[in-house]
Design a protein around this ligand. Structure first.
Ligand SMILES: [Zn+2]
Length: 135
């Protein structure tokens, strides 16, 4: 059985240990987009490793928002030329950040789990169809 790549696991918001179980129970733009599962449905890893663990995702999210604001501000400048109204920039940037907020929320947690937590490691032994074997 082929192993799951880290890219596909990150894009599909899968568990960092087995790359099989879903981290979130809701859909990206559903009303319940913020529901994070307590444990991986495949390998039973606890996602909130310690109390307050996901506060760390705020820093990742902050980096996302800064990058998005700079990119969208620059694009607005390039598209509208020399329109110097600050309200144009405020309106466009705040709308874009609002629209992107479910993505920021979700992928800040995914990146925190996959890349920024040294004790969480991918374990190929869990990356199998045989769900119950390693639990
Ligand atoms: Zn898992």
């Amino acid at each position: 059985m082929a192993k799951t790549s880290v890219l596909s696991a990150v894009l599909q918001s899968k568990c960092p240990r087995c790359r099989r179980g879903k981290i979130f129970s809701g859909s990206l733009y559903g009303f319940n987009f913020q529901n994070t599962n307590d444990n991986c449905s495949h390998c039973n890893m606890k996602f909130e490793i310690e109390p307050g663990y996901f506060y760390g995702a705020m820093y990742v999210s902050y980096a996302f928002v800064v990058g998005e604001m700079l990119t969208i501000g620059l694009l607005t400048y390039l598209i509208t030329g020399n329109d110097t109204s600050p309200w144009l920039y405020i309106g466009v940037i705040l709308s874009a950040v609002l629209i992107l907020s479910p993505i920021n929320y979700r992928y800040s947690r995914v990146l925190l789990l996959h890349f920024l937590t040294p004790k969480v490691k991918y374990n190929p032994e869990y990356d199998t169809d045989d769900k119950g074997r390693n639990i």
